[in-house]
Design a protein around this ligand. Structure first.
Ligand SMILES: *Cc1c(COP(=O)(O)O)cnc(C)c1O
Length: 231
């Protein structure tokens, strides 16, 4: 079941890439496995998928422990400073850095654990929703310049969680604005900063995000089915 879902998502990713005139390799499909059991992750692994996304540190750590095979674990959810130590050497990419204090904690723990570079994305609240984490677009440059000074924290790009809307077309403006912001920051050539990645697009809107230039989509429900938080 989940394998068929993944194949379906894969063909939609391919179609969106084609519409946008982009090679398929430009877009990383991250299977968001939060709340889902390890057995389902193993089924998805059989397709050759290596990139999985989790939003809770503890859940990610226990899944890493249970699944011994090396995978690329993306931390996509809000990260508390006191949890940084558990994942600084385990996440292939932390998508949700939105403050200097958090980045400083990552720096500190990276040194302790001997991690040369911790790759991160800066989370931007592009639609300025009160309920969402992330910094405002206008604050991004300053934060990037500050974090760039931390030798063991490597900025790779930007991430956003777009509003939950019925019509994904409504999010196109936010994806376009994200891409412009990424391109502006990239043009500044800030030393130590690699502004190549854009992490945006989820089950509801990943095709629009691909059309607007995202390099990573985070897809949960369309692959693993609805999440049941009551269990
Ligand atoms: C849960 C989650 C996703 C996946 O959402 P779906 O709508 O199920 O695809 C993507 N990004 C983040 C940050 C999430 O927390």
């Amino acid at each position: 079941m989940v394998k068929e879902n993944l194949m379906e998502v894969e063909s939609r990713v391919q179609a969106a890439c084609k519409r946008a005139g982009r090679p398929r390799e430009d877009v990383l499909l991250i299977a968001v496995s939060k709340t889902k059991p390890v057995e389902l992750i193993r089924e998805i692994m059989e397709t050759g998928t290596k990139d999985f996304g989790e939003n809770k540190v503890q859940e990610m750590c226990s899944k890493i422990e249970e699944i011994k095979e090396p995978l690329n674990w993306h931390l996509i959810g809000h990260l508390q400073r006191n949890k940084v130590k558990y994942i600084v050497d385990k996440a292939c990419l932390i998508h949700s850095v939105d403050s200097l204090r958090l980045a400083e904690e990552i720096q500190k723990e990276a040194v302790k654990k001997g991690v040369d570079k911790v790759p991160v994305l800066i989370e931007v609240n592009m639609a300025q929703e009160a309920s969402k984490d992330g910094i405002n677009a206008s604050e991004t440059e300053e934060l990037v310049r500050e974090i760039a000074k931390l030798p063991n924290v490597q900025i790779r790009g930007l991430m956003t969680i777009a509003p939950f809307v019925d019509d994904p077309e409504e999010n196109r403006v936010h994806f376009q604005a994200m891409r412009r912001l990424r391109d502006q920051l990239k043009a500044m050539d800030i030393p130590g900063v690699e502004m190549t990645e854009l992490s945006m697009g989820m089950t509801n809107d990943f095709e629009v995000a691909i059309e607007e230039g995202t390099t990573m989509v985070r897809v949960g429900t369309a692959i693993f089915g609805e999440r049941n938080y009551a269990i």
